[in-house]
Design a protein around this ligand. Structure first.
Ligand SMILES: [Fe+2]
Ligand SMILES: [Fe+2]
Length: 270
């Protein structure tokens, strides 16, 4: 099932048409700055997390190779491409200073204690993270389309495709470890729950706070406004389907679980 050779990324930064951005029109959009900036922060810090994961999965050569040769370069490329977007539009933005502020706080989260108790459960957590990134970039792409900004829309769509690929790879690895560890549904639910709860208070919050600081705005007011903006194009059904997949529910049961979870997520978004 798993690819034996690790292939290179499907796209490169040279393919992004930064020169086609209508800079004067995008510059006043604080919402786009904040969404691109906070994503760029988190993506650019990926190597810290990868190292922890590689250590955690020591001995699993094939998976380790994929993390190192495919996953990490792709996440870093996301960070690089988003950062170039920021620097192209908001030329006065001091990336180095802003990123240093973000990273000082973020690095404290990326310690090995924060990983799940078993490898199978950690892979469930990774599926939730990739669900979050997939749906984030889908919503960002929708917002860019609404703002009539085709370059950002194209970039968001390329990144989204990579995130779906990451999800699939982590999911297949999960199936392997689920078997090996004899993981039950309760342990999977626990891992999903822990990670979903954590999503709300960790990375994205820190990233957004530091992005807002770069703008000099009130972080709380900005956050509320952004959630409302992003919620319009947020694919709730997709998020719920991806988040529940590791539970491997029968179709009927899955449908029963989807509706209430979708309602909870919609409430969280507002
Ligand atoms: Fe990414
Ligand atoms: Fe990813």
């Amino acid at each position: 099932m798993e690819p034996t050779a690790v292939t290179a990324s499907r796209w490169s930064i040279d393919q992004i048409g930064y020169e086609r951005i209508d800079v004067e029109r995008v510059r006043p959009r604080d919402d786009l700055f904040l969404l691109v900036c906070s994503a760029a922060f988190i993506e650019s810090g990926s190597d810290t997390y990868t190292r922890n994961l590689i250590e955690y999965f020591a001995g699993d050569g094939e998976f380790g190779a994929w993390l190192q040769q495919r996953w990490e370069p792709e996440e870093l490329q996301h960070g690089h491409a988003l950062r170039r977007y920021l620097q192209h539009v908001w030329t006065e933005f001091d990336w180095d200073a802003a990123y240093a502020g973000f990273f000082a706080e973020y690095a404290q989260l990326c310690v090995i204690d924060e990983l799940e108790p078993t490898r199978g459960q950690e892979l469930v957590a990774r599926c939730i993270v990739e669900t979050g990134t997939t749906t984030y970039y889908q919503a960002l792409g929708a917002l860019a389309a609404q703002a009539d900004e085709p370059v950002l829309r194209d970039l968001a769509s390329r990144i989204r495709t990579d995130e779906v690929g990451h999800y699939k790879h982590f999911y297949h690895q999960f199936l392997k470890y689920r078997e090996r560890e004899g993981l039950g549904r309760a342990q999977v639910v626990a891992a999903i729950w822990r990670r979903v709860a954590e999503l709300r208070r960790s990375d994205s919050d820190i990233a957004l706070r530091h992005a807002a600081r770069a703008l000099g705005g009130n972080a709380d007011a900005i956050r509320r406004h952004l959630h409302a903006q992003l919620a319009q194009g947020y694919p709730v059904e997709l998020a719920v389907r991806m988040a529940l997949k590791p539970l491997r529910l029968r179709a009927g049961l899955q449908r029963c679980a989807e509706r209430p979870l979708g309602a909870v997520m919609r409430r969280l978004m507002h």
